[in-house]
Design a binder for this molecule. Structure first.
Ligand code: FMN
Length: 215
């Protein structure tokens, strides 16, 4: 039998404890380094995705600084159905606000909320609209996505001046905008939300533009 002396047993216990401790410290360091670097890249990816979404609703000739550079708090955010934390963005060229990008949520989609971004220039004309998130049915309501159909482009050029309140509706309801066969609920909700964003812009334009210039 290989009986270890009490002293060498203590030494091997101590060595084992030191190795275990070192291993724990190294593992914890590796985990935290991975966490820091992946949360940095997650934040960078999120910012890039946001910048891409904003650029999709605003022609490049209207800005010469990053669309993320001038976030706007939204007065009376409830009118857009967005949470208080939601931000709009001022679109700036030659240090002047040329347009704004507003978030708006349609609460009356077929399957729940439909989140949108709407780009509106200083004259109150729509420069672009994109659906950011929705749960509408594939093949029916999802034609609101730009990658599925060009329907969402039909808002471009519309304003409160060239399109009356009655015309801000799908054709089936007596308005200007095409619906989808057998799926009117989704486009109706989107048309209403885009119209609402224009009404909001009209009501708060001064506040939004002066806040943007202070940025
Ligand atoms: C399973 C299922 C999914 C549906 N998904 C949608 C949808 O995503 N968007 C929508 O507008 N209508 C959807 N509809 C149809 C609506 O219930 C409704 O009939 C339709 O929007 C009315 O449009 P219409 O007036 O053109 O017939 C769906 C129906 C079913 C049975």
């Amino acid at each position: 039998m290989n009986a270890e002396s009490p002293t060498s047993l203590m030494v091997s216990i101590r060595n084992g404890a030191i190795s275990l401790g070192l291993f724990a410290v190294l593992t914890a360091t590796a985990i935290s380094l991975t966490f820091v670097s992946s949360s940095d890249s997650i934040a960078a990816n999120k910012a890039a995705a946001k910048a891409k979404a904003l650029a999709a609703v605003m022609p490049a000739n209207l800005y010469d600084q990053s669309l993320l550079s001038a976030p706007l708090q939204l007065p009376n955010h409830q009118q857009l159905n967005v949470p208080e934390s939601a931000l709009g963005y001022a679109v700036i060229k030659s240090k002047l606000t040329q347009a704004v990008i507003l978030p708006v949520i349609a609460r009356d989609g077929y399957s729940g909320d439909i989140s949108l971004l709407v780009g509106i220039d200083a004259a109150g004309t729509i420069k672009g609209v994109r659906v950011i998130e929705h749960k509408e049915t594939p093949g029916l309501g999802d034609k609101i996505e730009r990658k599925k159909s060009v329907w969402i482009d039909s808002f471009m050029g519309h304003s409160l001046t060239n399109t009356t309140a009655q015309e801000w509706a799908v054709i089936k309801d007596g308005g200007e905008f095409d619906g989808f066969t057998g799926a009117t609920i989704t486009p109706r909700a989107v048309v209403n939300a885009v119209h609402q964003s224009l009404l909001y812009h009209h009501q708060h334009q001064q506040t939004l533009y002066s806040a943007a210039q202070e940025n």
